[in-house]
Design a protein around this ligand. Structure first.
Ligand code: ADP
Ligand code: ZN
Length: 638
């Protein structure tokens, strides 16, 4: 109903605009030349041209003017004249008459010229009323109406709706997402299934005195399906659903964020049972007083309001607030107290089976060739989030379309994985010395990775540039990346250094290139973490640095620049250097020991550009004690 009124009003406004346009045309002081031309069409033979007033006076003097018609109270004139320069033919010419040229009439009389004045047309009664009363009234009415209703569409930017919540509200949401569309995060899903059943049959719970949490916090990295979960509950429970991003509460003016929170919760309790989803809740829920310069008043007010509101509504009333964040560590403690977000659900990156489940969900509506093994993709993609996996299959579908295939084959899928991990492939390089050097560098990585115990297997070596890299060696990542042994870390450092070590062994010190800068960065990071976070150096099992900020803990944070802090920093550097030097030695050793097979592998690689891990291992097994990969290659270093 409101919409109909709105459309009618819009129509009226449009009509108003047209009428105003017409009005301007007819009754304005200035008459557009257009009108003049139309009015004098009768006595017009040729299209009228223009003439200055001064020239017109000259024409009068010379007696070349035959007739003059005046319009707009003498402001415009149309004359008929003939002169030698006009080819002695009568022509109609327009002249603009300056204000105050009052002697003109006198002159015309003196020269005995036929002239006439034409009055402006009379306004009709309707136009008069319309222009003076009706139109302004409609405009003002419409403006007021639009201002008052602008939060309906969620625009929220108009001044009169500043304090209104911008939450998208759906009474009977059809988000199209069901629990069957979500895989790999079973714990969170189970929790939500319970919530849905509470919303559907609250009595079952209240009968036994159960309390349903008011607030649920979803914590996890981006793309793991937090929003998806919220959409699914809305759909499955079939209750009204408010969805808002935390950043929408953060406003420039003090008090507006708080007003929005108030408004949101007012609407929510009017519509209970319902679900309020606040994405990126850390935008409002950040610890108070943590900002530089004593914190941010506006945000604090907003957060306080949120806390008050969550305290305000009763348990089991049916308003359930779901928050999502990936930074639970920066949230204000008050937000996590009982009665607020007292239930936290961690949504982690999916494991292998989870990835498989997610791939199945997203592969459902895609034509996959039988060559595509979802299991294999799941194996290849540790660390991928649900969003990454969805993106992967989509990318593969796009590639298949590009290659004009009707089915998505294994090729497209592999290409998509490579693209997502490594970036878009560039054109392959010319056969130059550089290419040879890159081939040696990559084979160096591959050799070290293969002979070292506790290193991931080589998946493929390629000379096709991708992203910023000119060549790449891919390793099949181990499933559990979160627990790495000391020898696995060292193996990684050695492998990363082996590329450069190969350049050095094969081409000599002078020929080492800048190509290894990325490797070196990685190496330094790893070694540093071994010292400062994992207690894997001679300093011992002490956490010396903060995981997130990289700040040195001891000394410097309490007393920056103190002697003690400098001491610790020195010792860290020394230990880092020790690890790296040790690993470099090992890398050079491995490369020198395997020089023959490296030369062979490079030769083949230059030929085929991309070599499978399988093929590489085959070659390697002819020359190296590969089956003895279990040999403890890494001894303790001091
Ligand atoms: P978040 O809110 O955690 O950042 P989203 O819920 O917005 O992540 O996820 C983005 C997209 O990724 C979803 O629309 C969906 O296509 C896909 N996705 C993420 N996690 C999953 C999952 N567990 N199961 C299925 N698809 C998922
Ligand atoms: Zn490298």
């Amino acid at each position: 109903m409101k919409n109909i009124i709105k459309s009618i009003l819009a129509l009226l406004v449009a009509l108003g605009l047209v009428i105003v346009g017409v009005k301007k045309f007819n009754i304005g002081d200035f008459q557009s030349p257009e009108t003049i031309r139309n009015k004098s069409e009768a006595d017009q033979n040729t299209a009228s041209s223009r003439m200055t007033y001064g020239r017109f006076l000259d024409y009068l003097e010379m007696g070349w003017v035959k007739q003059v018609d005046l319009y707009d109270n003498g402001r415009n004139a149309q004359i008929v004249a003939s002169s030698p320069e006009l080819g002695n033919r009568s022509q109609t010419i327009r002249v603009e008459i300056p204000v105050g040229a009052s002697q003109l009439i006198q002159k015309l009389k003196e020269n005995n010229i036929n002239f006439d004045a034409h009055p402006a047309p009379r306004k009709s009664l309707f136009v008069t009323i319309a222009s003076n009363i009706l139109l302004p009234a409609i405009f003002i009415g419409a403006l007021i109406y639009f201002f008052q209703n602008s939060d309906m569409g969620g625009a929220g930017s108009s001044p009169m709706s500043l304090g209104k919540s911008t939450a998208r509200f759906e009474r009977r949401p059809d988000t199209g997402v069901t629990f069957s569309d979500i895989a790999g995060i079973d714990e969170a899903k189970a929790e939500f299934e319970e919530i849905v059943s509470f919303l559907k049959e609250p009595d079952r719970y209240t009968l036994v005195g159960a309390k349903i949490p008011k607030g649920i916090l979803l914590v996890g990295p981006p793309g793991t399906g937090k929003t998806l979960l919220a959409k699914a509950i809305a759909n499955e429970a079939n209750v009204p659903f408010f969805s808002v991003a935390g950043s929408e509460f953060v406003e420039m003016f003090i008090g507006i964020g708080a007003a929005r929170v108030r408004d949101l919760f007012k609407k929510a309790s009017e519509n209970a049972p319902c679900i309020v989803f606040i994405d990126e809740i850390d935008a409002v829920g950040r610890e108070r007083g943590a900002g530089i310069g004593g914190g941010n008043d506006e945000r604090e007010q907003t957060l306080n309001q949120l806390l008050t509101e969550m305290d305000g509504f009763k348990e089991n009333k049916g308003v359930i607030v779901v928050g999502a964040t990936n930074r639970v560590d920066i949230l204000d403690a008050a937000l996590l107290r009982p009665g607020r977000f007292d239930r936290q659900i961690t949504v982690n990156l999916p494991d292998r089976l989870g990835r498989l489940g997610i791939l199945k969900v997203h592969g459902r509506n895609k034509p996959l060739d039988t060559s595509v093994s979802l299991v294999q993709i799941a194996n290849r993609t540790p660390g991928f989030s649900g969003a990454d996996l969805a993106n992967l299959l989509n990318e593969a579908a796009i590639l298949a379309t590009r290659y004009k295939k009707t089915l998505i084959t294994n090729n497209e899928v592999n290409e998509a994985v490579d693209r997502i991990i490594g970036g878009i492939a560039g054109a392959s390089m010319e056969d130059t010395k550089n290419k040879k050097l890159i081939a040696y560098h990559e084979v160096g990585h591959a050799i070290a990775g293969s002979v070292l115990k506790s290193h991931d297997e080589v998946e493929k070596i390629t000379l096709t540039p991708r992203g910023g890299a000119k060549g790449l060696t891919w390793f099949t990542p181990e499933e559990d990346q979160s627990l790495l042994s000391r020898s696995a870390l060292l193996a990684r450092i050695i492998t990363a250094l082996a590329g450069r070590a190969t350049e050095q062994v094969v081409f000599g010190d002078a020929e080492i290139t800048t190509g290894a800068s990325n490797d070196l960065q990685q190496v330094t990071n790893l070694a540093r973490q071994m010292v400062t976070r994992f207690g894997m150096s001679n300093i011992g099992p002490i956490a010396l640095e903060d995981e997130n900020t990289g700040q040195v803990f001891l000394g410097s944070s309490m007393n920056p620049g103190s002697e003690y802090a400098e001491n610790i920093a020195d010792r860290i550097d020394t230990e880092v250097c020790k690890i790296i030097n040790y690993c470099e030695q090992k890398a050079i050793e491995i490369v020198s020991d395997n020089r023959v097979v490296i030369d062979l592998a490079v030769e083949q690689l230059l030929d085929v550009e991309t070599m499978d891990g399988e093929k590489f291992r085959e070659l390697l097994s002819l020359y190296t004690l590969l089956p003895n990969k279990k040999l403890p290659y890494i001894s303790k270093f001091s």
